[in-house]
Design a protein around this ligand. Sequence first.
Ligand code: ZN
Length: 119
Amino acid sequence: MKKGTKIYSILKNKCPHCQEGDFFEGSFFKGKPKLTCDVCGTKLTKEPGFYQGSYYVVYALSVAVFVTVWCTISLFFKSISFNGMLAAIILSLLATAPINYPLSKIIWANFFFKFKAKE
Ligand SMILES: [Zn+2]
């Protein structure tokens, strides 16, 4: 994976600006972004409530999970009932939520921060 790309920052959980410091305070699953990067000192929270915008990203990720599960089940289990389909979709959304929420925050941050390599 190439450093300097947004995918690198997202998948490695690195600061979107320098891609060296960690983005999250503690574990990824706690999902709490640091206030400032330890390496470059960039303010990772631009304003109070900055990460509320990441709910749009969670929505997009959830729709992606929904469509994937719905298509997969429709292809391989043609005789499934409506309630079975609903249960499978709800369970898969609940199962992916602990990943989707922190992931949405780092994707949201990558919309607003540009990579700049250290000199
Ligand atoms: Zn940084």
